[in-house]
Ligand binder design. Sequence first.
Ligand code: MN
Length: 270
Amino acid sequence: MSRSPSDILILITNDDGIHGTGLGALEEALSARWGTVVVAPDREQSAASHALTLHHPLRMVPMGAGRFAVDGTPTDCVMLSMHGLLPRRPDVVVSGINQGSNLGDDVIYSGTVAAAVEGTLLGARSMAVSLAPDTAGGFDFRQAAEVSVTVVERMLAEERMGGYLLNVNVPPGPPGSARGIRVCRLGRRIFREGIFPHTDPRGRPYYWIGGQDPTWEGEADSDFQAIEDGFISVAPLRLDWTHEEGLERIRRWELDRPGPRGGGGEPGGG
Ligand code: MN
């Protein structure tokens, strides 16, 4: 069953665009070990989430050997790549290295994570990798590139990895500076005064989302805590969003029975 490294094909994509420095660092590290192909958006698509382009034609423009730029989203890139537009179907999808972390609730908005979600949906072992900035706002991608190789190695050794992807975040610093690797759950973002109202020169209101740095909360095993403590975080994320407790509770509503019982809530419920 074991295949030689050159038989493995890794699809590399991102949401920072094909010219992203993090993408280049990832390609360099992975292509030293395995076959790689880069299919990435032709411009930045950060916070594109899982958007799919349905209203204009998509083009895959060759950008040198094994590299293609797509005028679409990260999800478009994975879709095109996994549906036969490459000479062979990629075994693994690696998305990143994103310039900026994708921790906790960030994963909902992240184009980087969305590409790995799409890879998982289409049956590939998939990971997203993101790098937190240093205090000067700079990025040294080498450590994140190294850990990507480590994680891909382990993914390839798994029998199967159905239904979940890995979300990897790396603290700032040169190779070897992280204190270790922690397997984590997602923490929670806390956005403070996230909307800034302004007035345009014609007197009409407009709004700016974000601004102040959000804070976070999370348990000791949360991804935020890991990065704060100087560890690399690896969070397995499920694609099945079904909430087990919610499933039980909403079933008890018996929604197909006639007549609401008023605003009193369930007997004995809360
Ligand atoms: Mn990005």
